[in-house]
Write a protein that binds this ligand. Structure first.
Ligand code: CP3
Length: 392
């Protein structure tokens, strides 16, 4: 690898600490930014005009926003323009573009995503039968969003890598089976217990979709990949391994296989960092590390996955240097500190304590969950300045 800022970043993430710790923030582009809300309203208006002209039906804005290369490029650049300290750009998209690609209708309200029709067993069986006939170019628009972003970064002299992402199969299944974000996703949990074999097949289908989506992002120029298993913590023990970890591992395996085919090289050391974000107390981190550090064994016997784990129990890892020798830890700060009602200095104190605990070990500064829509952008700015002091 050369010494370009990107490769330095990638090596940092892979554990060779060069300018630690890098920082990006989960949902750094989004509704807490007034410029995002303006862009979203503008885009909505022009789309509504267009669809009224075409078929008289007003469309639901967010997925159309994700389909517009110019809108996604601008949205992803907004946080970089506002806060010059960010070390990565995140392609602007959503985990539920997969729902749409599977022919399901999803809308996005104030409370989050809502599916017109949650899946039942029959609908899942039908999806499994139909997958062969899925449109082969269904994720091309996400590849274009990445291309637009990579070009936008170059034009604006932002020398940072682009992070692509997808939802992990279990988290996608939670939304597709429940139909909306609901505490504990009871329909999804009941489904895996009632029909475990059908669940395995369904999760394997979602794993292939997630891998296809990430492959499109790689084609578009994404250099780091993050898999969000936001609801991993709803499953425990063997259920967690079977229905959350194993299908997530399949996504990374398929991605690595695609990478090997794309480079057609006999070189076995892959440098694309993979980030597994599994939120929640259900995850046994020893098990995650055990499962994931073997991931590319078939391809690369002596190398472990460049895995950064965002951890519900980061503290467990902080106390266990043996684990953090194998993986890079990412996270795990509470974005609620960004709310205007909170004392902003609290977050900086927590940051300093984490930095102290992680000293000498690879760590990516990030949050435990996304920036909430009512966060104060000024708080985010203060926090990023505090990170820069640690980096200095
Ligand atoms: O900079 C970035 O990180 C933005 C890209 C991004 C979005 N969604 C845009 C978005 C990312 C990385 C996501 C991931 C995502 N989406 C996850 C995994 C991370 C997590 O939060 O656990 C999940 C579970 C979703 C599903 C989803 N989509 C939710 C819960 C919501 C509501 C979010 C909100 O702001 O309240 C969405 C819609 C969505 N995705 C928005 C954005 C900016 C808001 C849509 C709008 O403009 O109305």
């Amino acid at each position: 690898m050369s010494g370009s800022p990107n490769s330095i970043f990638l090596r940092t993430l892979a554990g060779a600490v060069i300018r630690p710790p890098p920082v990006w923030l989960m949902r750094q582009a989004g509704r807490y930014l007034p410029e995002y809300r303006t862009l979203r309203a503008q885009q909505n208006e022009s789309q509504q005009n267009e669809s009224r002209q075409n078929d008289g039906v007003a469309n639901d804005g967010f997925i159309s926003f994700c389909r517009s290369e110019s809108a996604t490029t601008q949205a992803a650049l907004q946080p970089l323009r506002r806060f010059c300290q960010l070390d990565a750009a995140i392609v602007f998209s959503d985990i539920l573009v997969i729902a749409e690609a599977l022919g399901l209708r999803v809308s996005f309200g104030v409370g989050g995503p809502v599916l017109d029709k949650p899946l039942d067993d029959r609908a899942i069986e039908k999806l499994l039968e139909d997958r062969v006939s899925l449109e082969p170019h269904r994720y091309d628009f996400v590849a274009r969003a990445c291309q637009g972003l990579v070009q936008g970064l170059q034009e604006n002299h932002f020398l940072v890598p682009t992070i692509g992402f997808a939802g992990a199969p279990w988290t996608l299944a939670c939304y597709l089976l429940q139909g909306r974000a609901e505490k504990n996703f009871p329909r999804a949990c009941a489904f895996v217990r009632r029909a475990p074999d059908l669940a395995d097949a369904f999760l394997a289908l979602l794993a292939r979709e997630a891998a296809d989506l990430l492959a499109a992002q790689r084609t578009g120029g994404a250099e780091v990949f993050q898999l969000f298993d936001s609801w991993s913590g709803l499953l425990h023990g063997k259920e967690n391994t079977r229905f959350s970890l194993t299908p997530a591992k399949t996504v990374f395996r398929l991605l690595r296989e695609g990478e090997a085919r794309a480079t057609k090289s006999s070189e076995t050391r892959f440098s694309t960092p993979l980030i597994f974000h599994a939120r929640g107390a259900g995850v046994a981190w020893q098990e995650v590390v055990r499962q994931f550090s073997g991931l590319d064994v078939a391809l690369s016997p002596d190398a472990s996955v460049d895995l950064a784990a965002l951890v519900g129990q980061l503290e467990t890892l902080e106390r266990d240097p043996a684990l953090t020798r194998k993986i890079v830890v990412q996270g795990n700060l509470d974005p609620q500190f960004f709310l205007p009602s909170r004392d902003g200095s609290e977050m900086c104190q927590v940051l300093q304590a984490k930095a102290q605990a992680m000293r000498g070990r690879p760590w990516v500064v990030n949050l435990g969950s996304g920036i909430p829509p009512d966060a104060a952008p000024e708080r985010v700015a203060e926090f990023l300045s505090a990170v820069k002091e640690i980096q200095a």
